[in-house]
Design a protein. Sequence first.
Length: 131
Amino acid sequence: IYGQKFGYFEPIWYYHRMNRPNSITNTMNEKRIIDVIKIAYDCIEGKYSSKLNSLSIQEKKILINRIMSSFYTILFKSVFLDDRQIDIVSNELYSMKKILNYAPKFKYKLFVLSIKIFGFKRTIKIAKYIK
């Protein structure tokens, strides 16, 4: 896989520091998931969304799909949280629920449909038994 074009998108996505005690990449908690929700929202719907408008349609689609693939990958990790943490993530996600409209893959679209039918908390509880 290689890129035919290189671009720079100013907003941060996520900083990874591996193998460090208490690093966000070693510890799954609600803060890590909420950070990704907020960053994805800011990039696509929030304070950085105007930057996307300067890109071509194809570039915008590629960038949104990449951000949202990371978003859903982390959101699925909510199955490892306890009920209190799921409540916190659910409340944050509800306040930025517009971001769920950007589901780049069929499995993510099914996840969003389940959230719309059952709610986030129930969807996560169901997912705990599926994995």
